[in-house]
Write a protein of this length. Structure first.
Lengths: 390, 390
């Protein structure tokens, strides 16, 4: 018998957060206990979660949600609740928390992540922008405090599982798989004309809108290259991408001798979440078993760097170093929002990011303030580039 | 710097033995040193090996090869040489040997294997009959003496690599891949008429004749199921087979949660041999790197148990237990020899094995003598079944 893993979930009402609570429900209170749940403003979903999991702390990062929250849950049922962005840090630093699961989207999760690592807590990381923007700070802090980072992205979870039991010095490279998204087979011309609806029609994964657009541009994979660079201490040239439309092989690692280890499963975020919450144990899951003979074939193709310039942009940001990845991430966030709002075309996203990187002299070894400043600058830069075009 | 791995190779002039010496040559004397080389009667190949690797001991299991050997190598170049079957045990028990690589074919390698394990030596095992016939004795002895068994079969090496770093209790099943052999797409009728040449035309692996016929009948995979049963302590139902004609995925393991880890590489026995001789280290190898995007697709299909009854026979032998797997193995060896001699048809092989198992009341928990007796009995039984048919 092990003691239960006491967790805080930042972003509990989003797609990862709700799936994480499915995992928690299945593992049961002997294995996992929920200490804190934080949402943005989805008070009804959060109320159901609080009634079921009885956390000591709840949080709503949107201050304006306070009234709805208080009217929804009678005081007797309502846990201590923190409102505003500081709810994230309050949950991450709550006493008797072992693991902080960051399922927030964007750089907003960064201060809470650092606060959790400062306390030596295990980080179950689903918020890729945290590593993309501040990977150097995050990994150095984790190393200094002896805190473990368990990735929840399916690709990084795969790499993590493949590397277990093998000496880091034996690794030659990792190969991240990419579904290829809805435009895998599209011509450049069709991509120029792609609508919001076209781009949101992801063939395999059910995800949030922002991540689905990132998948359509393959910036998702670009961000993952940057994440992997930090998580596994690899140079950009040690991180390859292969397009694998079935999303069964979640990533691969190649050792010095040429032997390759891969992780496979049916595509369901339940598994990387379970892996992070139960690691190093494994427990039966309701996810259907992989039946390769029924699937019949797994296909692989090289990514088309011309149609998907975001891959090269990510490598360029790694090479520029310092604040460049934070700028790439912020520029992408604004550009994707503009695309979702119907203001710009799909291929404008990479164009805007490239022009923003062009205009950015990166600060080497930045501190948190410099990263946040670069993030702010990049957002303004993309907005002003958009305005000058509209 | 680690100390060199001092090895004895039993069966150094066969396909595995010569490939093992390629690995030894590439690793260099700082990493591996050859203490003993034993062949059957290939004196010219053995002489070249002895001149290059300068073992302290040579062996020729065929007594009749003595004269040719002594005339080929002048006394001053000739290491201490042992003639006859005891050469295998002499090499396995030679002083200053860390690892015994058994690349012999058939039950002949068994006494030397046990002698090596008795001394706590690492066993690099390419002789599958050793585990098939005497798996219970071999694994119990290895456990008692703290000796490590490193499999060299590509499938078991794959499973071994996939299991590294994962708790045995987390394992649900393993999935051995099979090329499907030359008759993967053949009709039952075509298999009835198959010639020796048809059966020797293996699509992917270059191997000895016996193993190639085993691949054509899929008894190769049947024997591997029995091996895996012993090596990894799994029940027959925990060992599945999937046909994978490209021979790129060498096997897979499925954990309790549904996550699957696979090992892949271009098909070349160099890699499992290197893995066993260098484990837990990895070294660069001349084996071409795996390029999934160039390969394009990996295919999987269920094995056809009707056309390949050897799979069910292997599971039946596991279920019968005791001496039954030794009987299956011996019956198969004689039946394959009869097929290679042109005496019987391909599908007679499984038929003869089935009838031999039918006639065998297995001895539970057999000792070595009982296993060897069952082996002898099965050989005679198949010979007499053949004679009565011819």
């Amino acid at each position: 018998m092990t003691t239960p893993n006491r967790i805080a979930i930042l972003g509990s009402t989003g797609s990862i957060g709700t799936r994480a609570l499915d995992v928690v429900r299945d593992l049961g209170p002997q294995r996992v206990q929920v200490r804190a749940l934080v949402a943005h403003n989805s008070v009804e979903v959060l109320a159901r979660q609080v009634r079921e999991f009885r956390p000591a702390l709840a949080g709503l990062t949107c201050e304006g949600a306070r009234e709805a929250w208080e009217s929804l849950l009678p005081a007797v049922e309502r846990p201590l609740t923190v409102y505003g962005p500081e709810a994230l840090t309050a949950a991450a630093t709550l006493d008797e928390v072992d693991t902080v699961l960051t399922a927030t989207v964007g750089a907003v999760g960064l201060p809470a992540t650092l606060a959790a690592l400062e306390r030596g807590r295990t980080l179950a990381l689903a918020n890729k922008e945290v590593l993309v923007c501040a990977g150097g700070i995050v990994t150095a802090l984790a190393a200094r405090r002896g805190a473990r980072i368990l990735p929840i992205d399916s690709e990084h979870s795969a790499v993590f599982q493949c590397l277990a039991g093998h000496a880091p010095a034996s690794l030659r490279r990792i190969i991240l798989t990419a579904s290829g998204g809805p435009f895998r087979r599209a011509t450049l011309d069709a991509m120029r004309r792609a609508t919001r609806a076209d781009a949101l029609a992801h063939p395999t994964w059910q995800m949030g809108e922002k991540i689905t657009i990132d998948s359509a541009t393959m910036m998702n994979k670009g961000l993952e290259i940057i994440e992997a660079h930090h998580l596994f201490g690899l140079a950009g040239e040690q991180i390859d991408v292969v397009v694998h439309p079935e999303s069964i092989v979640h990533s691969l690692v190649e050792f010095l001798d040429g032997s390759v280890i891969a992780q496979l499963s049916v595509p369901d975020m339940y598994l990387p979440i379970l892996n992070a919450l139960a690691w190093p144990d494994r427990h039966p899951s309701p996810v259907p078993r992989l039946d390769l003979a029924s699937i019949g074939q797994l296909t692989f193709e090289p990514p088309d760097e011309e149609r998907f310039p975001c891959l090269a942009l990510a490598r360029r940001a790694i090479a520029m170093g310092g604040t460049a990845p934070a700028v790439l991430n912020a520029a992408n966030e604004i550009a994707v929002a503009r695309f979702l709002a119907g203001d710009i075309a799909l291929l404008d996203i990479s164009e805007l990011i490239a022009r923003t990187l062009d205009a950015h002299p990166p600060t080497p070894s930045p501190g948190l303030e410099q990263i946040l400043e670069a993030d702010r600058w990049a957002r303004q830069e993309v907005e002003s580039l958009c305005s000058s075009r509209l």
